[in-house]
Design a protein. Structure first.
Length: 152
C-alpha cells in the first residue's frame, strides 16, 4: 500500500481563503507600509540568532512573523492537498510540476545571486522562498486544466 503524504482535499479550499489576506499582509510588510503601524504588536520573543547575539530574547513586531507563517501555510495547503480526482496521471503531473518549479526557482535564484546585492538581496531571498510554491501551484493547476480539457 502506497502512503500518501498529501493533505485532505478540504485543505486546498482553506488555503485559497487564507492566501489572499496573508499575501496582502506580506506585501505590506515588505513595502514597510504605514498601515501596519496601527496593527503592530510588539513582543519579546526567544531568538536563536538576532542583532543582540545567539540564544537570547529579542523585541520584534509579530505582524511580520504572522504574515510570513500565514503565507507559507496557505501556499503549502494549496500545493500539498489532494485533488478530488487524484490518480496516477495526477501524481505524474504533480511530480513534473515540482521538478519544473525546482528548475525555474533555481535559475531565478542563480540570477539573483549574480545580480542582486546588499540589503535588496534579503528582500530577493524573502520573495524566492515563496516563489517555489507559487510556481508549482501555477504550473500544476495549468497542467491539470489542460489534462481535464483534453479528457472532455
Amino acid at each position: 500500500m502506497k502512503k500518501s503524504y498529501l493533505l485532505p482535499v478540504g485543505f486546498k479550499k482553506a488555503g485559497l481563503w487564507m492566501v489572499v489576506p496573508f499575501l496582502v499582509l506580506s506585501a505590506l510588510c515588505l513595502c514597510g507600509s504605514d498601515v501596519l503601524v496601527d496593527i503592530c504588536i510588539n513582543a519579546t520573543v526567544p531568538a536563536v540568532i538576532s542583532h543582540e547575539g545567539w540564544f537570547c530574547m529579542t523585541e520584534t513586531a509579530l505582524i511580520e512573523e504572522i504574515a510570513m507563517l500565514g503565507l507559507l501555510a496557505s501556499l503549502a495547503f494549496i500545493a500539498l492537498s489532494r485533488e478530488q480526482d487524484e490518480d496516477e496521471m495526477t501524481a505524474h503531473i504533480r511530480m513534473q510540476s515540482f521538478v519544473w518549479s525546482t528548475w525555474a526557482t533555481s535559475i531565478v535564484l542563480a540570477l539573483g545571486i549574480l545580480f542582486v546585492y546588499d540589503l535588496e538581496f534579503l528582500t530577493f531571498m524573502f520573495l524566492t522562498m515563496y516563489l517555489y510554491l507559487m510556481l508549482y501551484i501555477v504550473k500544476f493547476n495549468l497542467a491539470m486544466y489542460r489534462e481535464r480539457k483534453e479528457q472532455r
